[in-house]
Design a binder for this molecule. Structure first.
Ligand code: NAD
Length: 589
């Protein structure tokens, strides 16, 4: 049922301002873009993505935010408390135009039941990461992160292969670049990082559905198991998945053939992962199929959203609602069976990782005591990138004109000609990604690189080569912006996983460095009580003032990633800080 006041929303396009400047037009358009029916999952309920991640608390609050932004001066700041506009203060031109705090609760009260009680009272809302901070850009944002993860998996496989002294085709198949920054790449990266490898995963839903395309974009073969055939067909319809089969023998034969031919290909298998994974393990051990990488993105974080074995898809919702406790128990037992197979794949030599869905903890609660034997994806692959301040850099064309994104794509390729990995991503995105809402792009850039890209975009606006300003932001999942012990800060070298000061410092730094809007949230990705995270967005409007702000913001924000990892004792971060001039008063020498 839609919330009162629901209606279709679409951001204005073109160069006519509906607010007083581009600095206020930008948050206005991006708020509306988050709720565009092409972009949001359930726009009538103000839900953008990620369960119940909302852009505003109510339609009344949405209208009040829009009205306020239309009138806001360039020396005023609007304050938004969990999706409701609560004040406007006179500040100054360098201050953010909007400050946002979403879903924050005091420690002892930070539980789902208390949050739901307060939400029902109309006092808060769940902001997720980019829903309540108005910088969601649709599936492309998830696809790119997944592509980066699988590229990093490939690098790890190459290192293990080399360490084991294996040479020849298997080693050559895998890219050897040390980081996605592209500074130390080999020719192999131009080929396909995962060529000749087979990845097994589960869950082809909203976000998990990006996995097969991310694997094939890296040149590999993907076998993805989902219990719901309609989910697999939907992905096949959008070119995220190459084919769907219902028979495990057929899936195995097709996967073997594609792997032997080193052909990038994805196969969706209709089945329950808790049954398919153990059976595929048996065949792997028997030498019938060789699986190199194993992970999972079923919605295990919510036991009612994971189908236990012995249950039919058609009865799923009804049985979960009728007996949530019994269903949870059965789901956890099935997850234990799936995770046992994953651990034993690791024992048999496969690369295995948790893909941020809490399946290890659910399996542990289902009685399997080796569940945490394989790592989460951040400590396994992404942390070395975080040490360099590498993370997601996204931008959107406020004009609504796809040509503006084409021009920025070319600018990125000209700025970083040596980065073959980046070129492969941009070309693949141009070919495979359909824009949802305002045209947008994402790519991972590191310390120094983000500021260069932003300044180039600002010049292109000033030169009239872009038809309107560009909005530049990022996910809250970044190198120095999150405290989330089951995901981004799992297994920090110094044990500082749950220290929440870093995202607070990150938000304060962004607000002090010229961001146009800054957000500080709780509970995104992994749920209430489990994370704190910050975001920032800026506007390249072609003015000299914007250039000054962009230079500082887009240097200092990834700098947070570098200093966070220097502080935790990562050697690579210490080197990056020294090489690139990031000042850290107590850095080891
Ligand atoms: P979703 O609910 O849209 O999709 C989940 C899919 O799992 C569904 O298609 C469902 O049919 C399938 N499924 C459920 N039980 C199954 C079973 N027993 N066997 C096979 N398939 C089964 O969820 P989503 O948006 O795709 O997200 C999936 C999970 O991944 C979530 O837990 C999410 O938090 C996590 N996630 C993590 C990251 C990250 O940064 N690491 C990114 C995206 C998603």
């Amino acid at each position: 049922m839609a919330l009162p006041g629901a209606r279709p929303v679409r951001a204005p396009r073109g160069t006519a301002l509906s607010a007083k400047s581009w600095q206020t037009e930008a948050p206005l358009r991006m708020l509306m873009n988050n709720l565009d029916p092409e972009v949001a999952e359930h726009p009538d309920d103000l839900v953008v993505y990620g369960g119940t991640g909302r852009a505003a608390r109510s339609w009344e609050a949405f209208d009040a935010i829009v009205d306020t932004l239309r009138d806001l001066e360039d020396d005023e700041t609007l304050l938004v408390q969990s999706g409701k506009p609560v004040g406007v203060f006179r500040t100054h031109v360098w201050a953010p135009r909007v400050l946002i705090a979403n879903s924050n609760l005091v420690g002892d009260w930070a539980t789902w039941p208390e949050f739901r009680r307060l939400e029902a009272e109309g006092l808060t809302m769940y902001g997720q990461m980019t829903a309540g901070s108005w910088i969601y850009i649709g599936t492309q944002g998830i696809l790119q992160g997944t592509f980066e993860t699988f590229a990093a998996v490939a690098r790890k496989l190459a290192e293990s292969t080399r360490a084991a002294g294996i040479s020849g085709d298997a080693a050559d198949a895998i890219t050897t670049d040390a980081a996605a920054s592209g500074t130390t790449e080999t020719a192999a990266d131009d080929e396909a990082a995962l060529a000749g490898t087979l990845t097994l995963t589960g869950g082809c839903g909203g976000m998990g559905g990006a996995q097969p395309l991310a694997v094939t974009l890296n040149g590999g073969v993907c076998l993805i198991v989902d219990v719901d055939e309609t989910r697999l067909r939907r992905r096949a319809g959008k070119r995220y998945l190459d084919e769907v089969v219902t028979d495990l023998d057929e899936a195995v034969a097709k996967a073997r053939r594609a792997k032997a031919e080193r052909r990038a290909w994805s196969i969706g298998l209709v089945g329950n992962a808790a049954e398919a994974f153990p059976e595929l393990l048996r065949r792997h051990r028997a030498g019938e199929i060789a699986i190199d990488v194993v992970t999972d993105q079923t919605s295990a974080h919510d036991p009612l959203a994971y189908l236990p074995t012995g249950y039919a898809v058609d009865d799923w919702r009804e049985r979960a609602a009728a007996d949530p406790e019994g269903f949870t128990r059965d789901a956890r037992a099935s997850m234990a069976a799936q995770v046992r197979a994953m651990v034993e794949f690791q024992d048999a030599g496969a690369e295995v990782f948790d893909y941020g869905n809490s399946i290890r903890d659910e399996a542990r609660q289902g009685g399997y005591d080796r569940a945490f034997d394989f790592p989460g994806f951040v400590p396994a692959y992404i942390r070395p990138l975080f040490c360099e301040g590498l993370g997601p850099f996204r931008w959107a064309a406020l004009s609504g004109d796809p040509e503006d994104i084409r021009v920025t794509d070319e600018a990125i390729l000209e700025l970083f000609p040596e980065n073959a990995h980046l070129r492969r991503w941009i070309r693949a995105a141009q070919e495979r990604v359909e824009f949802e809402g305002l045209p947008a792009r994402i790519c991972w850039l590191g310390y120094g690189e983000r500021a260069r890209a932003a300044l180039r975009f600002n010049e292109l606006v000033a030169e009239g080569r872009l038809s309107a300003p560009i909005v530049i932001g990022r996910d809250h999942l970044d190198s120095g912006s999150v405290a989330s012990p089951y995901r981004e800060t799992e297994a920090m070298a110094d044990g500082s996983d749950a220290i929440g000061d870093w995202p607070l410092l990150n938000a304060l730094t962004a607000a002090s460095s010229g961001a146009t809007w800054v957000s500080l949230h709780h509970g995104g990705g992994v749920g209430i009580g489990r994370s704190l995270h910050a975001g920032q967005v800026s506007v390249a409007d072609g003015t000299p003032l914007a250039a000054e702000k962009l230079a500082r913001l887009l240097t200092n924000d990834p700098g947070m990633g570098v200093i966070r990892h220097v502080d935790a004792g990562y050697r690579r971060a210490v080197e990056v800080a020294a090489e690139r001039g990031v000042r850290v008063p107590m850095a080891p020498v």
